[in-house]
Design a protein around this ligand. Sequence first.
Ligand SMILES: Cc1cc2nc3c(=O)[nH]c(=O)nc-3n(C[C@H](O)[C@H](O)[C@H](O)COP(=O)(O)O)c2cc1C
Length: 186
Amino acid sequence: MTRVLGLVGCAAGGLEDIRTQLIEPMQSDGWTVAVTVTPTAATWLRASGEYDKIEAVTGLPVRVEPRLPTETSPHPPVDCYAVVPATASTVAKLALGIADNQALTSVCEALGNRRPPVVIFPRINAAHAGQPAWLDHIDALRRAGAHLIYGDDVWPLHTPRSAPGRALPWNAIRRAIDTTTRAHDN
Ligand SMILES: Cc1cc2nc3c(=O)[nH]c(=O)nc-3n(C[C@H](O)[C@H](O)[C@H](O)COP(=O)(O)O)c2cc1C
């Protein structure tokens, strides 16, 4: 059975690798991948040339803007959302239900509905985690059933600007998408 991954990318380190490290490997495992990105992430992907490459490899438009009320969604229904990489800002907005771009709108709705499942990898540093509301945001997302790839075992916190180019835990991310989706099938 073909599954559809709704991949949501934010403006954080690792965004430049989502095609090679996540989209193409998931497609090799039989997934269709529909990509939505935040406005800032879209600017980054256009500047690097990855935006067009992602559209070419997925065969779907990369969504940034909400559709018009008269339009239908250009993406198929998804079996799992993966917010990868998730910025501290987008994590905070998701926890609070702030849906002020298309990426947030889709994932906020999934969190509120408790389906489809949502996997989140916060690509954060020690300063983001030290923000006074951070742990409340993490707790709120867990209570809503989100699967967080988070903690010293997968992503030890670094000081700001000390880890440019640090590889994301791609294997753990792909595994979490697969196991979380299977768990929701049952
Ligand atoms: C070069 C650069 C790297 C950044 N890396 C991160 C990061 O790894 N994690 C993070 O939470 N924010 C990072 N930021 C800050 C976010 O891009 C910024 O908060 C932005 O408003 C997030 O928007 P978005 O969540 O809508 O994509 C970075 C900013 C720049 C300029």
